[in-house]
Write a protein that binds this ligand. Sequence first.
Ligand SMILES: [Zn+2]
Length: 65
Amino acid sequence: MDEEAVEDLVIVWQDVLDEIAAGRPDNLRCPYCGRTPLKVETEGRRTRIGCDGCGKYIEGAFGGL
Ligand SMILES: [Zn+2]
């Protein structure tokens, strides 16, 4: 995945990332299909946020977790 693709992904997931950064990981909604809740998995400093409905996900080192 190139950097530009990651930036686009972050824009799509921005609301979700904001919720996590604000300490509200229970109130997450998929930006693609609207499904809730989302699955959040952490592994070391990396976090993966995924949707069981449509299979979209974002993975990276996000602040606030
Ligand atoms: Zn979804």
